[in-house]
Design a protein around this ligand. Structure first.
Ligand code: COA
Length: 103
């Protein structure tokens, strides 16, 4: 679950006033070592797959959440539309409304 009071102000303005919101946590996301960083968009394709699957579950998730495991991963997610929560740079979120525009 995604805690409403952790949302940054810009996003919080658009949120319904519930104490928590449903979200989908991306547990592990990785591609084969030899395919990483080759500009093939495989990591981006995995994010797109997560967006489509989340939508298909019909749980009305507000956002995708991920805990970037290191700074390199944080930059990857930021390059793909995720924003960091205040004081928790590695915990990042992508609103589903935004995500669905990307796929
Ligand atoms: C992170 C990972 C999934 C990225 O996959 P990838 O196929 O190399 O990345 P993509 O080709 O899909 O890149 C998508 C976009 O992110 C950017 N990007 C990818 N890795 C980046 C990095 N380390 N730093 C900055 N930007 C990055 C790309 O430039 C691209 O943007 P662009 O199209 O505007 O140029 C992959 O490197 C991986 O499996 N890493 C090891 C596991 C890991 O760290 N997973 C995250 C766990 S939280």
């Amino acid at each position: 679950m995604f805690a409403f009071n952790l949302a940054p102000p810009a996003a919080a303005k658009k949120l319904p006033r519930y104490p928590v919101l449903p979200a989908m946590l991306i547990g592990r996301l990785a591609i084969a070592t030899k395919r990483q960083g080759q500009g093939q968009g495989l990591g981006r394709a995995l994010i797109a797959d997560g967006i489509i699957r989340t939508e298909s579950f019909r749980i009305d998730a507000y956002a995708l959440i991920v805990d970037a495991k290191d700074e390199r991963a944080r930059i990857f997610y930021a390059a793909n539309g995720f924003a960091s929560l205040p004081d928790e740079a590695r915990r990042m979120f992508l609103p589903m409304a935004t995500a669905l525009q990307l796929v």
